[in-house]
Write a protein that binds this ligand. Structure first.
Ligand SMILES: Cc1cc2nc3c(=O)[nH]c(=O)nc-3n(C[C@H](O)[C@H](O)[C@H](O)COP(=O)(O)O)c2cc1C
Length: 217
C-alpha cells in the first residue's frame, strides 16, 4: 500500500495545508499501518515549466523525445500510477491552486498517457483511487457565506476526473487570515470532518453518497 503525498505551499512543512494533509495521512495510516508514504514536494522551483518538446507532443500523434519535461512527466505519472491513494496539500492562491501545483498537474495530465482525446471527447486512462485534498485559505470559500469565488475545488475535481480519479474528497482549514482563534476553530472543524469521514469509512457508511465529498468551512 502506497500513499503519494503531494505538497506545494511555499511555507513548506510550516504551512497549514501541509499540517492538514499530514492529519489526513495520520487517519490513513491508522487504517493501513503498513502503508508507505512517498513525499512529493512540488513547491518552490521543484519542477521546471514544461518545455517545447512537451508542448509539441501534446498536439502530435507521438512523443517526440523522452528527455526534458517528457522524462519528468513520465517519472511523475509512474509515481502516481504506483500509488494506491493520493493526498494533496494545497493553499488557495487567487481563488485556485498555486502555480506550482498547476505545474505538477501539467506534468501528470498528459495525452495518450493519462487521458486520450477522441470522438467522445477526453477519456481517462488511470484507474480510480481515493484522493484526499487538504486546502488552506486566508478567507472562507465554502459554507453558507463564502467571501470569494472557489475555482480550486471544481478545477481539481474536473482535472483529476479527466485522468480517471473520481473519488476526490476535500477537507479545508479556511480563514487563516482571521486571527488565531479563527484558525483554532477552523482546525477543530476540519478535525471533526476528518473524524466523521474516516469513522464512516470504518463502519461502511461511506458508501452513502451523502457522506462523501466533505468540505469544512
Ligand atoms: C499568492 C497568494 C494568493 C492568495 N490568494 C488567496 C485567495 O485567493 N483566497 C484566500 O482565501 N487566500 C488566499 N491567500 C492566502 C492563503 O491561502 C493562506 O495564507 C493559506 O492559509 C496559506 O496556506 P499554507 O500555509 O498552506 O501556505 C493567498 C496567498 C498567497 C501567497
Amino acid at each position: 500500500m502506497k500513499i503519494l503525498h503531494v505538497t506545494c505551499s511555499p511555507r513548506g512543512e510550516a504551512s497549514e495545508s501541509y499540517r492538514l494533509s499530514k492529519n489526513i495521512i495520520g487517519f490513513l495510516l491508522k487504517a493501513h499501518p503498513a502503508a508507505t508514504v512517498i513525499e512529493r514536494v512540488v513547491g518552490g522551483d521543484a519542477l521546471s515549466p514544461i518545455d517545447e518538446p512537451y508542448a509539441i507532443s501534446q498536439q502530435a500523434s507521438a512523443d517526440v523525445t523522452e528527455t526534458g519535461s517528457i522524462a519528468r512527466s513520465e517519472a511523475l505519472i509512474e509515481e502516481l500510477h504506483n500509488a494506491d491513494m493520493l493526498v494533496i496539500g494545497t493553499p488557495m492562491h487567487n481563488f485556485t491552486v498555486p502555480s506550482t501545483l498547476k505545474l505538477w498537474i501539467d506534468h501528470i495530465a498528459r495525452v495518450r498517457r493519462t487521458f486520450n482525446v477522441g470522438a467522445q471527447g477526453k477519456t481517462s486512462l488511470l484507474q480510480d483511487r481515493p484522493v484526499y485534498v487538504a486546502v488552506s485559505s486566508g478567507g472562507r470559500f465554502s459554507g453558507m457565506t463564502p467571501r470569494q469565488p472557489d475555482f480550486l475545488t471544481p478545477y481539481l475535481t474536473a482535472v483529476l476526473g479527466m485522468i480517471g480519479l473520481q473519488d476526490v474528497n476535500f477537507f479545508s482549514v479556511e480563514g487563516t487570515a482571521m486571527g488565531p482563534e479563527a484558525v483554532a476553530a477552523a482546525r477543530d472543524k476540519a478535525g471533526q470532518a476528518l473524524q466523521a469521514h474516516f469513522s464512516a469509512h470504518d463502519t461502511g457508511e461511506a458508501n452513502d453518497p451523502s457522506n462523501q465529498k466533505l468540505l469544512t468551512p
